[in-house]
Design a protein around this ligand. Structure first.
Ligand code: AMP
Length: 215
């Protein structure tokens, strides 16, 4: 059982790689972004509370996301957890360490996916996902099939995130550099940090992660 964190700015490819690890290794993806979007679409009080913050590109409170992660960790996972978009602040990282300790789990690696800002703008602003299976598409690099049906599951539901626009992305990047990038030093000091080139092809990034995971 392996537990890893995928660390990187919005658009670095964390979600794409997490999906691959779920499919190939039976790991469990814990994306706090997905959990918060689910809360919004099911109309919970918490979902309503965070909607405006997320649309703007700001971070929601540590307390909310730590609570979400705690619930999922309690469920357990045979294949291990992939933390995708969590932790995003130093208090979240400390809280995760405590939770893992409580549950007698260990963190095997923190994979920092390095990409430059210009690539991120292009990646994020053209992004869409399939409403049926979550497959990720991009207007330029991976357009939807001509018949409009997802090549993975056949669904025709195209989803675009409310915060995948240039304005929100600027705020999201600023939040990343101010609040999340200190985690790079934090995990480096703990000896768990691994850096990979997030601009490489999806296949090559998959290989780098597989190498880190030791298989
Ligand atoms: P993501 O899907 O990871 O890009 O997250 C989308 C949005 O959800 C972020 O811009 C934040 O508003 C919120 N969010 C997701 N994860 C966290 C987190 N760990 N801490 C605070 N806010 C988060």
């Amino acid at each position: 059982m392996t537990n890893i964190i995928l660390l990187g700015p919005p658009g670095a490819g964390k979600g794409t790689q997490a999906r691959h690890l779920v499919e190939t290794r039976g790991m469990t993806q814990l994306s706090t972004g997905d959990m918060l979007r689910d809360a919004q679409s099911s109309g919970t009080e918490m979902g309503k509370k965070v909607a405006a913050i997320m649309a703007e590109g700001k971070l929601v409170t540590d307390q909310i996301v730590i609570g979400l992660i705690r619930e999922k960790l309690l469920v357990g996972s045979e294949g291990g957890f992939i933390f995708d978009g969590f932790p995003r602040t130093l208090p979240q990282a400390d809280a995760l360490q405590k939770l893992l300790l409580e549950m007698e789990l260990k963190l095997d690696a923190v994979v920092e996916m390095q990409v430059d800002d210009e690539a991120l703008v292009a990646r994020v602003t053209g992004r869409s996902t399939c409403g049926g299976c979550g497959e990720v598409y991009h207007d330029v690099t991976k357009p939807w099939p001509a018949d409009g049906a997802c090549s993975n599951c056949g669904s025709t539901e195209v989803k675009r995130r409310a915060d995948d626009n240039e304005e929100s992305l600027k705020t999201r990047l600023m939040e990343y550099y101010k609040k999340t990038s200190p985690l790079i030093g934090y995990y480096y000091a703990k000896g768990t940090l691994q850096r990979i080139d997030g601009l490489a092809s999806i296949d090559d990034v998959q290989k780098s992660i597989a190498w880190i995971l030791g298989k």
